[in-house]
Structure formats: C-alpha cells, structure tokens
Design a protein around this ligand. Structure first.
Ligand code: PGD
Ligand code: PGD
Length: 825
C-alpha cells in the first residue's frame, strides 16, 4: 500500500491535535461529541485533512498543494484496503482535465455522426464555450421537443456529500428549467424493492435489520444466502462506519455456526470457516421451495405464526405440495434443479427449524430474471420457521450492505440539497411540462421504442421520445446490461452530456464532457454510518481543483444562469452557505432531542467528526418485534396488515411472469436450464477491490488484473476440457457479446460457473461497432438487458450464460486506461 502513511511513517508526529474546550469532550451528558482521541497531525509544512467518501472516513495528507498520503480515521474498525486507489483516482491518467466536445458534434451540431460516439475524437473547449453549448442545447431540445425529450434520470454511485449530490443537482437544474424524464428504482435492488411492499408492507431491502449485538447473543445458525458481507460492507452510500465488521467478529468469537450458500467460496466463507453450499446459480427459489416442502411435510413449520402473522399460506400450500400443478416441490425435485443433494436440503430444513436461525440474504439473487421471487420466497421460508420478530431469528436483507445492523445512534438526520427547487415566481408553468419516470433499467428499451406501451408495477405507460440525455455521477456504459444493444440504442440521441472526473466509457461516448471536482477538491458535509448515523463529518476541501475541474454545484449554477434560472437554482447561496444551512437544520433537530451541537464554525474547523451516542435500546434492536408483540396495533403496510404469502394486489395485475405467490419459474437461461444454449454461467459479483467501475483506472488494478485484463475465476475442470491454463487470456462469448479476460484457476468456484466481477471498464476494439471485442473485460457485454418481470422491471445483471475459449494469437493492447485522443490536451 504505497500511498498509505501510518505506523511505518516516521515523519509523522504522534502528538494529539490541540485539545481545547472545543475539541475535547462531551458537550452534555447526552450531547454530541467532537472526537479527539488518537488523531495525529502531519509534519511541519504539510497538513492532514479529515474527509471521507464511499470507502470510509480518512485523513488526507497534503504537501505543497498535493495529496501525498491517506490514512484511515482512527475510529474506523476495518478500514478499506482500497484507500490507496482513492488517492490515485485524483491523479490518475484517466482524469478528465478540460471541457471537451466530440468533434463531429461541435462541427456539425446535434445528432451528427452518432456511430462516431466512443471513437474518442474530442476537441478541447473553454468552460465558457462548453457551458454556452450545454445551455443552448437544453433550451433547443426543450423548445422543439418538450421537457419529456430530456432524460435526466442519471443513475449511479455519485460521491457522498449533502451538497454536491450531483444527481439531485441535475434534477434541480432540469426542474427549474421546465422538467425532464426521471427514473424510479435502482440497479441494486430493482426487483426486491418493488415486490417487498406487497409482501411485508415496506421496501425492507434498505431498512435496519436486527442489530449485530442481538445476533451475537441469540443467533445459533447464521445463513448468508448469496451474500458476501466481508467484501461488500467495505462500501457505504454515505461514509461507512464499517460497524458490521465488529458485528461479524462478535459472531465469530461466539462460535456461531455459519452457512454460506453461494456458487463461490467467498471471503465471508473463509472468515467464518463456514459450511459452503454451492447451488447452481439462479436456482435458489427451487432450493428454498425444497426446504419449505420438507418443513411442511415433516410438520416443522410454525403453523401458529403463519396463522397469526401471515395471509395466503393456504393458497401457497397446494403449489408447494403439487396439488395445483402436479409437481411436488420436494427435496428431490429441488435437487434436480439446484444440484444440492436432496438429503442436504432436508437436513437444512431440520436444522433451520431446530435452531435460532437468521436468513441473511444478499441481492444478487434478485438481480436475475424473475428476481422478485427469491426475496418473496425467502420471507415465506422465514415465516414458516416462525422466528420473525424474535431475537436473532427471522430474515435480514442488509447485513451485507453499508453495514446494516450497526446500532443506530440518537442523533439528527442531516438534510441535503433537494431536486425540486421551486420555479421562480411567475414561471410555475415550467413545472407543468410534467416530469415522467421510467423504471431505471428500462433505459435502452425506452430509447429503442418511443411511444411504446410498457407494464410496470400495475400500471401501463408509454415510453417518452428522448433526444438529449445528461449523465452525472454514474457510468451506464458499465452498469447497464447488454452493452451492444445499448451502443445501437444510444445512436438515437441528438446529444449526450456527461459530467465526471474520469474518462469512463460513458464519458468516452458523450458529445459534451464536463470535468467535475472529486470530493477532495470541494467543501461538503455528510453523515458517517448509513445505518448507525453515528457522526456528522465536515468534508473540507483538501486541495484546490485539479486541472480545469469545477464543482458540480457551480457547473449547474452556471448553466442555469445562462438559461435565466440561476437564482432559482442557487437560492442565492454558495457552497458554504448551503453547508451551514444543513448543519443548522440538524442542530435544531438535535435540540429537539435534548442534545447540544457546537456552533457551525467550531465543528467545521475542528477536523473531527461530531459523534452521537448509541443507546442500549439501539443495540438491542429486533426487526419486526413490535409487529410480533402486537400485530393489530403494529400492523404491516400490506392490505391485510400481515405478511402476504399470497398477494391479491399482484393477482389483479395478471402478469404472466409474476404470479401471486412465490413460484419457481425457469429464467431466460441458467446453468442446466432446459433451453439454455451456452455451458457456463457468469457470476458478475461486486468487486472486492473497486466500487463498481470506480477505482478501476487506478493502481489497485495491479493487485488483481491478470495480464492487464479483468480476472475471471474458473474451475480447473472447466478449464481442462477447454485447454486453458492459469493466467491465460481467454475470450468469453455468447450471442450478445464478447470480451477478453485473464483466467485464474481455482476450486473456490463451483463447476459450470465463472466469475467476472461487474465494473471492468468497457474497452471496445472497434469503438462504436456493436459486437466488437471488449479488450479489458466489461462483463455487461454478455449479460441480458431484459427486465426481471412486468412487475418490477429490474435489471438482470446476474443472468448470463456463455462459453470460454483460449485466446490464440497476439492479444490487442488495453487502451481504456489512457485518456482518449484530444482528452489530455
Ligand atoms: P460506478 O462505477 O460507481 O457505477 O453502476 P454505477 O454507474 O453506480 O459509477 C459512478 C460514476 O460516478 C463514476 O464514473 C464516478 O467517477 C462518477 N462520480 C463519482 N462522484 C461523482 C461526483 O461527485 N460528480 C460526478 N459528476 N460524477 C461522480 C453501479 C450499478 O451497476 C449498480 S449500483 C449495481 S448494484 C449493478 N450491479 C451489477 C451486477 O451485479 N452485475 C452486473 N452484470 N451489472 C451490474 N450493474 C449495476
Ligand atoms: P453481489 O456481489 O452481486 O452482491 O450486494 P450483492 O449482495 O448484490 O452478490 C453477492 C454474492 O451472491 C456473491 O458472492 C455471488 O457469488 C453470489 N451469487 C451470485 N449469483 C448467485 C445465485 O444465483 N445464487 C446464490 N446463492 N448466490 C449467488 C451488492 C452491494 O454491494 C451493492 S448493490 C452495491 S451498490 C455495493 N457495491 C460494492 C462494490 O462494487 N464493491 C464492494 N467492495 N462493495 C460493494 N458493496 C455494495
């Protein structure tokens, strides 16, 4: 970790930061605290600034105006090993330095040479020119085609920060200028977040599960079902506290039995020395049904719980037993699909029922065709076990995400900038343009089919006719599936505007590219701990903006200024005025909770996060306890107020691909499936040493790339029959696309499955040409772009079958980690 400076760095004085009354301690017995312990200062001539981002809170050391080191915040129990990449991302050769315009667009105007997108022929322009072009184009498109021709539903993992929340800023800028087409949902939990409100009355996938300390005390059997919390808890949507790691440590030291159900022997499996069950991917619903069938036929299910807290079990049973369709979903039936032996399935049922069992599911299994069924079936299974609402039992959907289960502090909720700024008086009509919304992952279908009707969650709508798309804080040329279909669909746009700080594939496919600052080049404020909400962090600017980068806020303010809506956008505030406003609003809330927060300047200048106390009650939190205690008084938000194993609302929609109770349905393709044409399933898990595509362009790549390509895990037996050796460059291909990757042979993956993580940068050998070879290994060249079902229309990133062959002949060089032509001018 060459960029880290810590214990080995003798230049760093270990004296504490000055501890005045401001810095020291508690500001009242229940008050907020500015933590001081253990903080170190940098040597003379250099500074250390505490900041943070998706990887945690950390100090950046600055020498002569340049960040030279990064070390974790001393209160971080498990700092991410990705921090050196965070630093490197600021100075990497893939940094966008100046505003750029694609030559054809600049010379011939909107819509020119759409096939030329991605070829990298950019011309450097001044900021004035770039902003004029963007403002004029937004006005042209709005005037000619109306607000529903502008797509501003830009999705992605933009950086944390309550002010430079670039997607909200984009929404705000487009709202004050007359509306736009937005999106609903996300790529993480597209299917689960739509089905679960029908089942448990709330979105559930982002809610606090039973707290880790309760698990350590009461859970006897912890089942990580398609979840790898050791890897994925590195990351938070805000600034992570990494509180799940001490939680897992407590479970481990207690000796709690852990089972991992995953086609890959994960880091979590290794950490807990857990039992490993590796079903065929995409068959978990069948496996759960096999367990449920055993519970039912052996009378191990909790009939009392089902009667009191659920509805529809009676309508599910005929399906389970086969009375309704002639197929008993017994362990043998399930074994034939998932390839876990029937005896093991039966044994699981008995063990789940005899122990206090927590079913902790990840999200990959709902990022699959018919992905709605997996989480519905898991809740059904947990209902049959009857432990929902008991300490340490039931189900949890966030033990792997952003440190869900870390006890929540008693503190204020920090507000942030909002998207729907009021239009200036007299121009309320601007909002009458109406904002439409599409399910987020239907973007390519939308571009392909303007005016075509589509189903979504009980409604029928028509796709708008989009002419301009504006993307900030996301990388659709990584995150969206079926890249080649997408390349063609994108040609429909007159104009594609992208704001980012690195030359992602998305930026390379843009017509206008605006360089923004990284988090470390601007001021902001954020909470630490998505679930614990344990601190408020001042994210003070660490260094001045690099090259010509500008803050997202300033870019949108300047565009709005040109469109005559500058005041509506800024409300007369600059960055510090907004940050102060957010802090003061939190302070008022805190007072309501009888807590005193320091005045803003004290907080801002302290270089320390403001801590909030975590009470015993929070440590003892049990999800659904109130519901269990009194299901009438604390009814769930479903029509019946109970857990719905059969949903009349879904039945009324009459969708052929989403029946009214959990059901096994053959997906488009799967390992061992009846209509599947390719032999290997691609598991596109989230990467251990990146956040999606973020940091792929940094030094971290050296730690995992194989012959400069994205790694592909493969079982030695699958490799042997194809004549492939460890370290070979191979071509992975199917009807949708092809890519080169480097092979790592391992028996940490089951046969018939390969793993290429999502987030590898798309590097087309012939840019702009659908079907071309990706030279680095963007797995979404191979995945399907269909929706999970008419209900949720979620993405199916984990649905892909392919084959692999050794790549013979000289492999083309990877080009994507250099700036495009003209891009480094
Ligand atoms: P990131 O690489 O995080 O991927 O897709 P997402 O688009 O979120 O891209 C974020 C981009 O925002 C980066 O280019 C970064 O530089 C930019 N950015 C960061 N901060 C700022 C900022 O302050 N301002 C601006 N303007 N830009 C900024 C992730 C998506 O991929 C997700 S969430 C999931 S869950 C899906 N997972 C899978 C999967 O499991 N399997 C497959 N096959 N595909 C997936 N795609 C999805
Ligand atoms: P995945 O890695 O896609 O993560 O959380 P999510 O749980 O969706 O899948 C988790 C596990 O499921 C993997 O070990 C995979 O092998 C397994 N799996 C895949 N298919 C199947 C299957 O069919 N059956 C079974 N039983 N197992 C299967 C992702 C979450 O992580 C999200 S959504 C985001 S946005 C964040 N992204 C990152 C990230 O990019 N990088 C890191 N380090 N951490 C993250 N945290 C978050």
């Amino acid at each position: 970790m060459s960029n880290e400076f810590g214990k080995s760095d003798t230049n760093i004085s270990r004296r504490r930061f000055i501890q005045g009354a401001l810095a020291a301690g508690t500001l009242g017995s229940t008050g907020a605290t500015l933590l001081a312990s253990g903080a170190r200062s940098a040597t003379a001539g250099s500074r250390e600034v505490l900041t943070g981002s998706h990887w945690g809170a950390f100090y950046m050391r600055v020498d002569d105006g340049r960040v030279t080191g990064v070390r974790p915040w001393e209160k971080d129990p498990k700092p991410s090993h990705q921090l050196p990449g965070v630093l490197d991302s600021m100075y990497s050769p893939t940094r966008i330095r100046h505003p750029m315009v694609r030559r054809a667009w600049l010379e011939r105007g909107p819509g020119a040479d759409p096939e030329g997108r991605g070829k990298g022929d950019f011309v450097r322009v001044s900021w004035e020119k770039a902003l004029d072009l963007v403002a004029a184009e937004l006005m042209r498109v709005r005037k000619k085609h109306g607000p529903t021709s502008i797509f501003g539903g830009s999705y992605g993992w933009k950086s944390p920060g309550k002010l430079h929340n670039c997607q909200t800023l984009l929404a705000r800028a487009l709202t004050v200028n007359g509306g736009f087409v937005s999106r609903s949902g996300d790529y993480s939990t597209g299917a689960a977040q739509v089905i679960l409100p029908y089942v448990v009355g709330s979105i559930d996938v982002y809610e606090q599960p039973t707290a880790w300390p309760v698990l350590a005390e009461h859970t006897e059997l912890m089942v990580f079902w398609a979840a790898d919390p050791m890897v994925t808890n590195q990351i938070g949507w805000q600034v992570p506290d990494h509180g799940a790691y001490p939680g897992m440590e407590a479970l481990k030291s207690k000796g709690v039995k852990v089972i991992c159900i995953d086609p890959v022997r994960t880091d979590t499996r290794r950490y807990f020395d857990a039992e490993w069950l590796a079903p065929r991917p995409h068959t978990d619903v069948a496996m759960m049904l096999g367990i449920a069938h055993t519970l039912y036929t052996e009378k191990l299910h909790d009939a009392k719980f089902l009667a009191r807290y659920t509805t529809g079990f009676d309508r599910f049973v005929p399906y389970l037993t086969g009375e309704s369709d002639g197929v008993a979903k017994n362990a043998e039936w399930a074994a034939g699909i998932c390839e876990i032996p029937a005896d093991t399935i039966r044994d699981l049922a008995r063990r789940f029922a005899s122990k206090r069992t927590m079913l902790a599911a990840g999200w990959s299994i709902q990022r699959q065709h018919h992905g709605e069924q997996s989480h519905w079936m898991l809740v059904t299974l947990a209902s049959m076990l009857g432990q929902i609402g008991l300490p340490g039992g039931g189900y949890g959907f966030t033990y792997h995400y952003a440190n869900g289960g870390s006890p929540t502090a008693t503190g204020p909720v920090l507000p942030g900038i909002v998207g729907g700024a009021k239009p200036p008086p007299g121009s309320e009509w601007l909002e009458a343009g109406g904002t439409e919304t599409i399910p987020v992952s239907r973007i390519v279908e939308m571009l392909e089919n303007p005016g075509k009707p589509y189903d979504f969650n009980g409604k029928r709508s028509k796709y708008p006719d989009i002419r301009l798309a504006y993307w900030v804080g996301g990388n659709p040329f990584m995150h969206h599936q079926d890249r080649n279909r997408m390349i063609k669909a994108w040609r429909k746009l007159d104009t594609f505007i992208v704001q980012d700080f690195q030359w992602t594939a998305t930026a390379r496919h843009a017509d206008i590219v605006l360089p923004c600052t990284t988090t470390y080049e601007r001021n902001d404020i954020e909470g630490i701990g998505d679930y614990s909400m344990s601190h408020i962090l001042a994210m003070r600017k660490v260094v001045d903006p690099l090259f010509e980068a500008r803050d997202d806020y300033d870019i949108f303010a300047a565009i709005c200024e040109r469109m005559g809506t500058g005041k509506a956008f800024t409300e007369g505030r600059d960055d510090m005025a907004w940050i102060r406003t957010f802090y003061e609003a939190a302070r008022v809330q805190a007072r309501g909770k009888r807590m005193e927060m320091p005045v803003f300047d004290v907080f801002w200048n302290s270089n320390k996060p403001l801590a909030f106390p975590i009470g015993e009650e929070a440590k003892g939190y049990i999800r659904h306890k109130e519901f269990r205690d009194d299901p009438l008084l604390n009814a769930l938000g479903t029509p019946s107020g109970r857990i719905e194993i059969y949903s009349s609302n879904i039945a009324r929609m009459k969708y052929d691909d989403c029946p009214p109770h959990p059901t096994w349905m053959e997906p488009l393709e799967r390992l061992g499936g009846p209509t599947t044409r390719y032999p290997l399933h691609i598991d596109s898990s989230h990467p251990g040493s990146r956040l999606h595509s973020q940091l792929c362009g940094t030094v971290l790549r050296g730690s995992y790339a194989i012959k400069g390509r994205e790694p592909c895990l493969m079982h030695p037996e699958d490799a042997k029959i194809r004549g492939i050796a460890d370290g070979d460059i191979v071509r992975v291909f199917n009807d949708r696309g092809q890519m080169l990757v480097g092979v790592r042979l391992t028996d940490d993956i089951r046969r018939g499955v390969i793993r290429v993580c999502e987030g590898g940068w798309y590097d087309p050998a012939e840019p702009g040409k659908p079907g071309t070879l990706c030279r680095y290994g963007d797995v979404n060249n191979l995945t399907t772009g269909i929706g999970t079902s008419k209900l949720a229309q979620g993405n199916c990133g984990h649905t892909a079958m392919a084959d692999v062959e050794k790549y013979r002949g000289p492999a083309p060089a990877v080009e994507v980690f250099k700036a495009p032509r003209g891009g480094d001018a």
